[in-house]
Design a protein around this ligand. Sequence first.
Ligand code: SF4
Length: 322
Amino acid sequence: MKAFTYERPSHVAQAAQATASRPDAAFIGGGTNLLDLMKLDVEQPGHLVDVNRLPLDMIEVLPGDGLRIGALVRNAALAADPHVRRHYAVLSRALLSGATGQLRNKATTAGNLLQRTRCYYFTDIAKACNKRAPGSGCDAIGGYNRIHAILGASASCIATHPSDMAVAMLLLDAVVETDRRRIPVSELHRLPGHTPQIETSLQPGELIVAVRLPSPLAGRHLYRKVRDRASYAFAAVSVAAVVEMRHGRIAQARLAFGGVAHRPWRDREAERLLAGEAPSRAVFERAADQVLTGAVGQGGNDYKIPLLRRTLVATLRQATEG
Ligand code: SF4
């Protein structure tokens, strides 16, 4: 591991200043992703700015009924918060499906959003990877790509975003608050294009201080995650859904997907197709057709296309029955 220096500021302004003066600096919160990558020499910051003493660990109900979640709120605390469980159940369920109890005790809200892909070639410095070493190629294309993207990929990178929490945040129209502006979560994560090393719209040194959720969504909240084992595994595919029924019809549906693209994925056209319909297999399949428009397998991950279809149909059936 490369040697690094370390500081632990007490104020947001100090933290921002620390990174502004050091282009090789990185923020560290829970460290559940960054430290692993440093040990593998994938990440090599020269200076760590430990943000754990910043006053960013509160969950506050906002006037008008939204919620403000401090950047340092631990995943376990957020999932267990009574207000979140009652009014943002899709978020609580997504969080509880991620990682392990120990990791959720350490991992933070901001860190979860910013965690990096688990592509095997990204974490192996002997392999070609445009994300880790721009211009070096992508060994996942034509390689072992069982966990890779079927939507929104590029000729430069086919990696997926690993977060469950971010999928629920996208569905909820969450907004990230930084030390300098607000960014909708839908605009935080980028598709790979020709620059897969640029993963978010954050500027160098920009610090996430909170995430804001709008008023709660009425309806049934579900998070269905399909993975290789029952715990401590990333999603092969996941579906977050909030569906409100009225008089036997779908009044409103929100859908978001994980494990399928370089960023959490949402398809508003599929949501529009569901609104006003009586639930049926044909209606669910039409929504799945829409979501899978443009889906492309890479060989090893071809199975994700029918799996996403089946998972979406099953989730919609569960959300609309009873
Ligand atoms: Fe790197 Fe992306 Fe290719 Fe994986 S898929 S090797 S992260 S460029």
